[in-house]
Write a protein that binds this ligand. Structure first.
Ligand code: GLN
Length: 204
């Protein structure tokens, strides 16, 4: 079974470990650079990208993780993890966010606005059969994707007045790197997105 690490500095670590466990992977928390060595894949959980960035640097994990990702380590980021995997995050420097640059995309933090702090939606998700129940919490969205990036899911936020809102990209994949704006790890009893990632790791 593939060994998949979960970055365990902050955020929804336990939920990802449990979901990976139920998806046929050997899941282990990662807090130290040497724990990256035997991984076949890594998950960056949701939480707060500013805090996680700060901790990545103080635990001296940022550069080793960036290098493993650049060398092709498969990765999955949910919510704040999506922000960290991006190569472009508007306002990142001001916010103290240092993205890892593993996915050719622009990600806007807290994109759905303050009024819609959190919401849920059922989405079509490429590679997963049937609708996926998606939980969004101060979620980012993807504003730009590079030529090698595939859109896996979009959501249409509720528009104001008669202006129909545009579809927003909330799940993407580039090679063996996956990111979602939402939190599949919070939906108990449905590991389909994690299974999709484990399958992607295995497919290498
Ligand atoms: N808004 C958070 C950030 O930008 C993400 C929220 C989450 O992961 N639920 O880091």
């Amino acid at each position: 079974a593939p060994v998949i690490g979960v970055l365990a500095l902050q955020g929804g670590v336990a939920e990802h470990l449990a979901a990976l466990d139920r998806s046929g992977a050997v899941a282990k928390p990662v807090r130290r650079p040497e724990e990256l060595a035997d991984l076949h894949g890594v998950v960056l959980p949701g939480g707060e990208s500013t805090t996680m960035s700060r901790l990545l640097h103080s635990f001296e994990l940022f550069e080793p993780l960036r290098e493993r990702l650049a060398a092709g380590l498969p990765a999955y980021g949910s919510c704040a993890g999506m922000v960290l995997l991006a190569d472009d995050v508007p306002g990142a420097a001001e916010a103290g966010v240092t993205p890892l640059g593993a996915l050719d995309m622009t990600v806007r933090r807290n994109a759905f606005g303050r009024q819609v702090d959190s919401f849920e939606a059922d989405l079509d998700f490429t590679g997963v059969a049937g609708p996926v129940h998606a939980v969004f919490i101060r979620a980012p969205w993807v504003e730009r994707i590079g030529p090698g990036v595939q859109v896996l899911a979009e959501v249409t936020p509720r528009g104001s007045g008669d202006q129909p809102a545009a579809g927003r990209i909330v799940a993407v994949q580039q090679g063996r790197v996956l990111a979602t704006s939402f939190h599949p790890e919070l939906v108990r009893g449905d590991e389909r997105v994690h299974r999709h990632f484990v399958h992607t790791v295995r497919a290498g």
